[in-house]
Design a protein around this ligand. Sequence first.
Ligand SMILES: Cc1cc2nc3c(=O)[nH]c(=O)nc-3n(C[C@H](O)[C@H](O)[C@H](O)COP(=O)(O)OP(=O)(O)OC[C@H]3O[C@@H](n4cnc5c(N)ncnc54)[C@H](O)[C@@H]3O)c2cc1C
Length: 501
Amino acid sequence: MSELDRRQFLRYAGAGAASVLVSGELELARAIAGPQASDRLGNKAIKDLERAVSGRVLVRGGGKAYNQARKVYNSRFSHLRPAAVVKVKNAADVRAVMKWANKYDVNVRARSGGHSYAGYSTTGSGVVIDLSKLDSVRANNGSKSATVGAGAGLIRMYAELAKRGVTVPGGSCPTVGISGLAMGGGMGFASRKFGLTCDNITAVSIVTPDGALRTASAKENPSLLWACQGGGGGNFGIVTDFTFKTHRAKSAAYYFLNWPWSQASQALAAWQKLTATASPDLCPFFSLTTGDGSPEVGSIGQFFGSESELREALKPLTDVDGASLTIGTKKYVDLMQQWAGCSKESVHSCEKATPVSFYGASDYVQKAADSAGREQMIKAIEERQGKGKGALLFDGYGGNINKVKPTATAFVHRDQLYCIQYYAEPASKHEDKSTQRWIQSARERLSDYVSGQAYQNYIDPKLKSWKRAYYGKNYDRLVQVKTHYDPDDRLSFKQGIKPSR
Ligand SMILES: Cc1cc2nc3c(=O)[nH]c(=O)nc-3n(C[C@H](O)[C@H](O)[C@H](O)COP(=O)(O)OP(=O)(O)OC[C@H]3O[C@@H](n4cnc5c(N)ncnc54)[C@H](O)[C@@H]3O)c2cc1C
């Protein structure tokens, strides 16, 4: 894989694509938007909102600033026009918006990094609470814990904590928001070692839909804390900050591995075995990708140990014919920038997101795929070749992720070997339907080899069985928490947990 392609796939992103609205998407957009509640919001309501908060209220029709504020990362949803985007300055603002929304019966969406695959942090009606100004990162308690503002992007969190020689395990994309990531799980290059992001939350400050600012911790509102640990962003209230347990991380080793395409099945077999048996110090990922040229097969990963130990640990992968290995060690923040695809930039420039038009979905795999299963994975990529970017991206689970009981947090996927993400970017606006069809066809190919679970952070509006796929046996308890804190479904969205009536 070329340096450029690697960077693009690391960020699951590529050349910025223009916002598109094709016929099939109109339906989806309507489903997301719901009824046009904002159409009945008069001047008085908007004036009330402006008076209630100290942050900026950008109202539909408000020109350039509004048009900028309504954009989200997946440009397929950038056409949606919320009634207003409120750039809150503090928790008091969030409380005020929530009380206002109750008074005027308006749907509320929270936005942290805006990276929801399905555009759930925007809406065609209702208001968006944009938390991006709540981005402070503070180490506490001799750096044993950290309080992170709900609007902080990942690279900002890594860079600030690296100054203290600590980290919180998170994902790779620099501009993904801490809120969506942590509340839906949070898988990345340190997860097998330090757990998922949600496993490291010890407390949240959260404004619940009744307008109260609450703490959820082991002592106060413990069910609410449980639900915020994997129960999915946007469901139970609006978090204003997270407290995380931190881990010492000054540097780590890393690797990049490639094989010829003809070795894809052997390489995948070796990677599956490694993922099942490797020490938690190793976090290995695997990818089958296609872009402009021939399909590519590779593995990348991070290791908490020396380069010679890493070389030894990778032997099952390097023993596959044709393996080409690059190995090294970096300071932790430099490594986070490497995975973010912005090694040569300042942290500040790394914080700037460029919207991309993409489709994504996922399936978990519990048992290593046999040669017939691996063949289907390879065929899926070959089928996409020449039709635009497409990838099967494999996140290796196990290690300390799987040591947590499935019911200990709302994140249920604790006995899975790996998660496959189906990712594709339409080559042009005319390719949306064929791109969706490709993802559908890849999922069908693999249906005999997957477990029926799916990752709630690769949220897929087309997934019919989402309740059980994302939350499994935890769904019923999530409904109880939802019913307690948001009985009127003020935070409603298509794949949101529904309160029982
Ligand atoms: C390019 C890219 C790379 C990614 N890489 C990874 C990765 O390495 N590992 C991984 O695990 N996942 C990854 N993801 C998936 C990512 O975890 C989810 O898309 C996540 O939901 C994004 O969070 P966000 O805050 O940026 O998004 P948003 O769109 O802002 O929010 C996502 C959901 O959470 C809700 N929400 C936002 N803020 C709050 C809040 N303060 N309180 C309550 N609810 C809130 C929103 O309403 C929405 O429903 C990636 C996604 C993309 C697009």
